[in-house]
Design a binder for this molecule. Structure first.
Ligand SMILES: Nc1ncnc2c1ncn2[C@@H]1O[C@H](COP(=O)(O)OP(=O)(O)O)[C@@H](O)[C@H]1O
Ligand SMILES: [Mg+2]
Length: 385
C-alpha cells in the first residue's frame, strides 16, 4: 500500500465489515489514511458506522450499555470486524460478535481468530469519539466528565481498566450488602471485608484518574489558547471523591468516612463516598466554569479537553488515535471549526472520520477530506473520483 506516512508507528483501521449491525445488513468498507467525510440525511446510519468503529477500539459501544441493542432488530447474530494495519507488526483482525442463535445473546471477542478477553483488544486501536453530547461536558454533571476520563484511562497501558472494573464490582457488592442489611436479610458480617476491598480499589482508581488529569492539564492550556484568551486563568483539576479541595483521602480517612456515613448508607442502600463521586473541576479565575463560562468558553474548554486527550493517548500508545467526529463540526462556529481541525491535524493524525448531514462548501473547505462517502438507508457509497 502506498503511504506518505509520518514517521510514527501508527495503527490504521483499514477495513470495516459489519453484519446485521443496527440498520446495516452487511457493509464492507475500506478506510484509507487521512480524513474520511461521511455524509447522509438524518437517520441513514452515519452514527451507526462510527459506533461500530468505536466498538472495535473499546470492545463495547460508546452509546449503549448493551451490545444487544446494536444488533439489527430482526437478527440473531451480529458482527463487527475490523482489520488493523499495525505497520511492521502486520495485520490484526479484530472481531466483536453477538450471537443470540441459541437464546441468550452472547458476546465474543476474537483477535486473529482466537477468542480473547477485552484487555487483549483494548488499546490496539486508540479511539477518541466526539459527539454533540460532549459539548455539554462542562455544563453537565460529573458523571459525564468521569465517563470522558475513563474512556481515556481504559485505553492507556497499565492497570487502569482493571482497577476501574475491580472498583465497580466491589462497590456493587458493598451496596448489595447494605441493602440486605437494611432489609434485615444480612447481619453485615462481611461489611468490613467488603469495605476494605472497596477502599483498596478506590485508591488505585483515584491514582489513575489523578495521573490522567494532570497529564491532560499539561496540554490543556496550550490547546485552549487557540480558542480563547482566558487560557491562562482556566484550570483543570481533580476532585477526588468530589472533594473540591483536591485533597486525596488517605486509607484511614476513607475508612472513617465510610464509618461515619454507615447508617445513612444502609438506609439509602448505597455507598455515598468514593471515586464514583469523583469530578473533574474546570474553573476560570478560580470560579466554576459551569457557572461562569459563556457558551463559547465552555465549548472552547471542551475542544481543548478533547485535543488534550488525543495527545495523551498518542503519547502513551505510540500511535495517533483514530478520531471520530460525529455531527459536531456543524455545531461549532466557523472559527472554532477551523482551529479545532487545524490542531487535530497538526501532529499527523492518521485517520479521522467525520460525519455531517451535508457536504456544505464550508465544511469541505475546512475539513479538506481525502475521501467522501455517503450513507443512505444503511448502505454506503463512495463519491470519490
Ligand atoms: N438495532 C437496530 N436495528 C435496526 N435499525 C436500527 C437499530 N438501531 C438503530 N437503527 C436505525 O438506525 C437509524 C439511525 O441511524 P444513525 O446512524 O443514528 O443515523 P444518522 O445518519 O442520523 O447518524 C434509524 O433509522 C434507526 O431506526
Ligand atoms: Mg447521527
Amino acid at each position: 500500500m502506498h503511504r506518505n506516512a509520518p514517521a510514527t508507528v501508527d495503527t490504521l483501521l483499514t477495513e470495516l465489515e459489519l453484519v446485521a449491525f443496527r440498520n446495516m445488513n452487511r457493509l464492507q468498507l475500506s478506510i484509507p489514511r487521512g480524513i474520511t467525510l461521511i455524509t447522509g440525511a438524518n437517520g441513514q446510519g452515519k452514527t451507526n458506522i462510527l459506533e461500530a468503529v468505536a466498538t472495535i477500539g473499546l470492545t463495547k459501544s460508546p452509546r449503549s450499555a448493551s451490545l444487544r441493542e446494536s444488533m439489527k432488530w430482526d437478527a440473531t447474530y451480529s458482527r463487527i470486524r475490523g482489520v488493523l494495519d499495525t505497520g511492521e507488526r502486520g495485520l490484526d483482525e479484530c472481531i466483536v460478535e453477538i450471537d443470540a442463535r441459541e437464546g441468550m445473546p452472547r458476546k465474543r471477542l476474537l483477535l486473529n481468530g482466537e477468542s480473547v478477553a477485552a484487555s487483549a483488544l483494548i488499546g490496539r486501536l486508540p479511539t477518541v469519539l466526539f459527539t454533540p453530547d460532549h459539548l455539554s461536558l462542562v455544563s453537565g454533571g460529573p458523571e459525564e466528565r468521569r465517563r470522558f476520563l475513563d474512556i481515556v484511562l481504559t485505553q492507556l497501558p497499565g492497570d487502569g481498566r482493571n482497577d476501574l472494573l475491580r472498583y465497580s464490582r466491589s462497590l456493587l457488592q458493598r451496596n448489595h450488602l447494605l441493602r440486605a442489611m437494611r432489609d434485615g436479610t444480612s447481619d453485615g458480617m462481611e461489611l468490613p471485608a467488603f469495605t476494605e476491598m472497596c477502599i483498596a480499589s478506590a485508591i488505585a482508581v483515584m491514582a489513575h484518574r489523578q495521573r490522567v488529569i494532570s497529564e491532560l492539564a499539561g496540554a490543556f492550556t496550550d490547546h485552549l489558547s487557540a480558542f480563547t484568551p482566558d487560557a491562562e486563568v482556566t484550570a483543570l483539576c481533580y476532585a477526588p471523591c468530589g472533594r473540591e479541595s483536591g485533597q486525596f483521602p488517605t486509607r484511614e480517612q476513607f475508612l472513617s468516612e465510610m464509618h461515619a456515613r454507615l447508617s445513612r448508607d444502609v438506609a439509602a442502600g448505597s455507598t455515598s463516598f468514593g471515586p464514583h463521586r469523583d469530578d473533574l473541576l474546570l474553573s476560570i479565575h478560580s470560579r466554576p466554569a459551569r457557572s461562569v463560562a459563556s457558551q463559547g468558553q465552555r465549548r472552547s474548554i471542551v475542544l481543548a479537553l478533547l485535543l488534550s486527550s488525543v495527545d495523551l493517548l498518542r503519547n502513551h500508545t505510540e500511535t495517533p488515535p483514530l478520531l471520530l467526529l460525529d455531527d459536531v463540526l456543524s455545531e461549532l462556529d466557523a472559527d472554532r471549526q477551523e482551529r479545532f481541525l487545524e490542531r487535530l491535524r497538526a501532529p499527523a493524525t492518521s485517520q479521522i472520520l467525520i460525519t455531517a448531514t451535508d457536504a456544505a462548501d464550508d465544511l469541505l473547505r475546512l475539513a479538506r477530506p481525502d475521501h467522501h462517502l455517503t450513507v443512505r438507508n444503511g448502505e454506503v457509497s463512495s463519491t470519490d473520483d
